[in-house]
Design a protein around this ligand. Structure first.
Ligand code: SAM
Length: 292
């Protein structure tokens, strides 16, 4: 396969240095203004991704900018936002542990700024679909503009909808992804949308939310209920000065997963409680000397 050439309307990842990076849509005849000069899009169109461009006027500015093809992780960090967004490492875990991939049908609530929506939309191509809902008009507007910017409108719908109260009428959904304040309140209502063996994913910043969500998943017969937290450390790699970066994000959130199953009581092996499963009236396990 040949090089990917930059065309008009492409989204590019423009990098001046480690702190100054932008996601920009290329417009024919247009330009992008920075404090280090102007990037003329006509200087970029027709060049392969991975090229460099110099800011104008060349004589007084002439700074070097790198032009890369955006990765899903770039969408998240450099997309304009209105709400707290999901970080790339958490999105990666969500993808791998939910099984979301080409062809998956997914419900998402809420879409927020659409950062996670863009990542999910990117991975369900070419024949999957993300049905994304939110109750805030501002979020819906921002998410839609980010989806259009990422050119994912054929794989994603952004709609007003309250997942706690409305009936969306979906069936045979592969995965439901919740990033909203009270995910536990949605579980009973939405489990009917999921196909058997489908995954429910919930991202929450606090342990209090996780406990309520896990308990709701258990009550609703979900299986393989697990919660994870990822801590990412970036490294500065320099001759004689290689070590973890001094500043890091200490906490993003917890991700809880569950699988929908059709549970049936085992008619062949009746489970008898083990000794340590007997509890006394205050909820403590009974020790053997307390049994008689
Ligand atoms: C933290 S943001 C989601 C961020 C998003 N994952 C992203 O990457 O940009 C939480 C969103 O959930 C939405 N929300 C809250 N309750 C909701 C409900 N009952 N149904 C749908 N969306 C809801 C909020 O309006 C808000 O936009």
């Amino acid at each position: 396969m040949g090089e990917d050439v930059i065309k008009k309307d492409d989204l590019i990842y423009l990098i001046l240095d480690s702190r100054r990076k932008w996601l920009v849509t290329v417009e024919e005849g247009g330009e992008f203004q920075t404090h280090k000069g102007i990037i003329k899009f006509d200087d970029i169109i027709g060049k392969p991704f991975g090229s460099v461009v110099f800011s104008q006027p060349h004589e007084t500015q002439g700074y070097k900018f790198h032009v890369l093809k955006p990765l899903p992780s770039d969408y998240v960090i450099y997309m304009s936002r209105k709400t707290q967004i999901i970080y790339p490492e958490d999105a990666g875990l969500i993808l791998i542990y939910s099984g979301i991939g080409p062809g998956s049908k997914v419900i998402e609530a809420g879409c927020g700024s659409g950062a996670l929506t863009c990542i999910l939309g990117n991975y369900v191509r070419p024949n999957g679909y993300i049905f994304s809902y939110d109750i805030r008009k501002k979020s819906l507007k921002k998410a839609l503009s980010n989806i259009l910017k990422a050119k994912l409108q054929d794989f994603v719908s952004i709609q007003y909808g309250d997942i706690l109260t409305e009936d969306f009428g979906h069936e045979n959904i592969d995965s439901i992804v919740l990033d909203m304040p009270q995910p536990w309140r949605a579980i009973e209502k939405i489990k009917k949308y999921l196909k058997l063996s489908g995954t429910l994913v919930s991202f929450s910043p606090t342990i209090e939310q996780v406990k309520k969500t896990s308990s709701a998943l258990q009550k609703n017969g979900f299986f393989e209920i697990n919660t994870y937290e990822l801590i990412k450390r970036k490294y500065q790699v320099k001759e004689n000065a290689t070590h973890p970066e001094v500043r890091m994000i200490g906490h993003t959130g917890y991700i809880t997963f569950g699988r929908k199953i059709n549970d049936v009581k085992n008619p062949y092996r009746e489970k008898k409680p083990r000794k340590e499963e007997f509890i006394n009236l205050t909820g403590m396990p009974l020790r053997s000397d307390e049994e008689s």
